[in-house]
Design a protein around this ligand. Structure first.
Ligand code: SF4
Ligand code: SF4
Length: 451
């Protein structure tokens, strides 16, 4: 079987974002640069760093194999200059393999791992607004995706996930657990939460999903889970998450002083996109009815916001939430059937001030209230075999997978349990433990461990 089919059969999806099926991503046009994203964009997470430091041989093997598959002329593993141990580990692998893959060492700023920011950092090219890296001859994949591809080439489907559990837990750690393991079990594996009541972020503190304790209890590890962050119940992130949309809009309308810091520091604006959150805030403040401003070009630019959170977590001196406004506008634009259309004649170039406006990741961590856990040394990895797993059928962009097993069936780890729907974009899903199928719904398949 060729590598592309191995990737498809194994159910590999992008591990660094929303789970775009990798076999679809690799089926596009000519590629000049393959960029492997090892920036570990979000503060606190250590998953990608663990993989680069301890599993670099597999990452580099896959980077070489995918370069060949795509016909890429150049391949770079992009990571931060400050990752000295990871750089040392990867350089040793590259030298040993006499590899053509090179490292791209970036400043330690946020969001260095944003796909379009990374393409600019590595190649100097601006991906056009609402475009994809392939528009400028690039493909970007995460280091964890490379690990999955290396396993796929050895005949192992995507069944287990590396993730970081950190914050207010007794023993912050990296875990390697079957897909479908509960968040509660992951938190227990990290020694448990330090207090009885806590707040959880799935992913990183800037872009991750905010969850109350109860919500977190029904969450499971998916193919895209990169981390679980446990925070005090009264942390700034927890407090911000309970502000209602209406209150947020009222404040946006009444308190914006039009200083434009949100635009000056916006990473997408800095690489040359027409996104200007301060203009969105201004237009919002003069209109009582959101639907009446959806045809406005500045408002439509909300669609190209990557939701990095710099504007509201770092830039705004008034504590306003331009990112949340953009999220709300994206929904309204979708509901109104308005698709983003870029100016075909425009030339998109980074603004000259960009270099001076990169924000150090540590300052972002301090502003968002997670500095106490920023510099934790996390280099352990715990393995775990749960008594049951609940595997979601939607862990990727596209249609949910179609179950191919029934209640009572016995399955072996790695066996296909849900396939890609006919004619749809999607990804295969495999049993992450051996055992018996307990339940099959349109949402999840539950497997009880054998023995
Ligand atoms: S979240 Fe804010 S800073 Fe980030 S891309 Fe969107 S508007 Fe720009
Ligand atoms: S930074 Fe805040 S106050 Fe300044 S323009 Fe942006 S939203 Fe308004």
């Amino acid at each position: 079987m060729d590598l592309l089919n191995c990737i498809k059969e194994a159910g590999i999806v992008g591990c660094g974002g929303a789970g775009f099926p990798t076999h679809v991503k690799y089926g596009g046009g000519p590629v000049e640069y393959l960029i492997i994203n090892g920036a570990e964009c979000e503060p606190l997470l250590r998953t990608d760093r663990y993989i680069m430091k301890h599993l670099g041989e597999k990452v580099v093997w896959a980077a070489e194999a995918v370069s060949e598959l795509l016909g890429a002329k150049e391949c770079r593993i992009a990571l931060k200059k400050s990752y000295t141990e990871e750089i040392k580990a990867l350089e040793s692998v590259l030298e040993h393999r006499k590899s053509k893959v090179r490292l791209a060492k970036m400043d330690s700023f946020y969001p260095a791992g944003d796909e379009q920011t990374m393409v600019y950092e590595v190649t100097g090219r601006t991906v056009p607004p609402s475009g994809i890296p392939l528009d400028v001859g690039c493909v970007v994949s995460n280091v964890a995706t490379m690990l999955g591809i290396s396993d796929a080439a050895e005949g192992k489907p995507f069944t287990d996930k590396y993730l970081t559990v950190t914050g207010e837990v007794k023993k912050p750690t990296v875990l390697h657990v079957p897909v479908g393991t509960s968040f509660d079990e992951c938190i227990a594996l990290a020694g448990g939460a330090k207090s009885k009541k806590y707040f959880v972020v799935s992913g990183g503190p800037m872009m991750g999903r905010r969850l109350t304790m109860d919500q977190a209890s029904s969450e499971v590890v998916t193919k895209t889970t990169s981390g679980i962050i446990v925070l005090p119940e009264n942390s700034p992130i927890a407090q911000k998450s309970v502000i209602s949309i209406q209150h947020m809009l009222n404040r946006a309308r009444s308190a914006c002083i039009q200083c434009s810091y949100c635009t000056q520091m916006c990473p997408r604006h800095l690489i040359g996109h027409p996104l200007q959150p301060h203009k969105i805030m201004r237009k919002l403040s003069v209109s009582g009815d959101i639907t009446s401003i959806l045809t406005d070009k500045d408002i439509q630019n909300a669609a190209i916001c990557c939701e990095c959170g710099i504007c509201e977590e770092y830039a705004c001196p008034m504590g306003l939430q331009p990112k949340r406004v953009n999220q709300m506008l994206k929904g309204a634009l979708r509901d109104a059937g308005i698709r983003y259309e870029r100016d075909k004649d425009a030339v998109y170039r980074a603004v000259p001030e960009r270099e001076g406006r990169k924000i150090p990741a540590s300052r972002v961590a301090a502003r968002v209230g997670v500095l106490p856990w920023y510099d934790l040394k996390i280099d352990d990895c715990a393995e775990f075999l749960p008594t049951h797993v609940e595997i979601p059928l939607r862990m990727h962009i596209g249609a949910p997978s179609e179950p191919v097993v029934s209640v009572g069936d016995k399955v072996e780890k790695g066996q296909l349990i849900a396939g890609i729907r006919e004619g749809a974009m999607g990804a295969n899903i495999h049993a992450s433990i051996s055992g018996k199928i307990l339940s099959v719904t349109g949402e999840r398949i539950i497997i009880e461990r054998a023995g």
